[in-house]
Write a protein that binds this ligand. Sequence first.
Ligand SMILES: *Cc1c(COP(=O)(O)O)cnc(C)c1O
Length: 380
Amino acid sequence: MRLALLVYHPAMRNCRAVIHLQNLHSNLASIRTASGGRVRLCLMVKADGYGHGAVGIAQAAVKMGIDCFGVVTAGEALELRAAGITAQVLLLGLAAPRECIDMVKYGISAVVADEDLIRGYAAAAKAAGAVARLHLKIDTGMGTIGCTPERAPVLARLIAGTPGLSLEGICSHFPVADDADTAYTDEQIRRFSRCIGEIRKAGISPGTVHLANSAAHQRFPESWFDMVRLGIAAYGYPGAPERDPPLLLKPVMEVRAPVSFIKRVPAGTALSYGHTFTTGRSTIIATVSAGYADGYRRGLSNRGRVLINGTTYPVVGTICMDKFLADLGPDSDVKQYDEVTLFGPDRSGPDAAELASILHTIPYEITCGINTRVPRTYVD
Ligand SMILES: *Cc1c(COP(=O)(O)O)cnc(C)c1O
């Protein structure tokens, strides 16, 4: 009995994320068309695939022809291998020294930015009897991780000349590729190109050269080099204000929850924690089975809107941990157990960009913020 309950439980969950794989497919196709099929695509699946489920996304994306996946922690890399993903996995974060051995053993390509970690990988390669495939990260202006451009040729030579190590790539990252002012990004591209040139001049092959994220892919074709690393655009949101003509991107994640309770209340009824909302008229109030613990943020209290059966309704009162209220108005045929879309690809309702704008954040934080207790369902 207990086991049956455990197995049954996930299907009983109130709030769920529907992952529309046909939208992922269509976004990847638009992205490929925009770059004329010229560059390789590394699909970023860090942070559990921006909340969409790294394994589910990677398994689907392999069938769509994606052959490189980007992650940031060693655990994320191993999760893909454990799920049977044999495609290239690129660790864009710096491994801890003790993690190098597993990266080598499981054939993970990994970023390095200093001599210590390069030596750590050399030792791991020796111990594992395998080659460590390294990508040298240069800081051309992001200011988080990376060696200086001056140091890059020295480290590239160290990697290329150390037994057990292979210089598989050189990369850098953009901080402001989405900015209206392109001067800084233009300069970064020049700095990066100069650096690659110097490495080549020193007789070292840089391997796969990659720099662009979604925003740069959209706006700076000269930043594409051999490969682009895309996250947000693949999940359906532009990395920067749309260029002309816009990429046709469709949100991949839809978050749904059922109406659990319906009641009519008179004018002057105060609702939910803090009584931050009082009805101005007799109205029908729906209780929706999702809350901030699912990732439907409390900042949306009295500000968000939801889509039910093709119509949008305002969120009223304070969002609770597991539920919130929507005002259906004086006449409504919404019924108990009808499904509510919190955000998603349907153009008649809100998407993650709308929620992000209300919350003064970015769509990334909305999709990443959908909690692990929300089951992901993949639909073709
Ligand atoms: C997350 C990430 C990207 C992708 O960024 P998007 O804006 O989602 O396209 C690219 N490169 C690195 C190093 C990243 O960490």
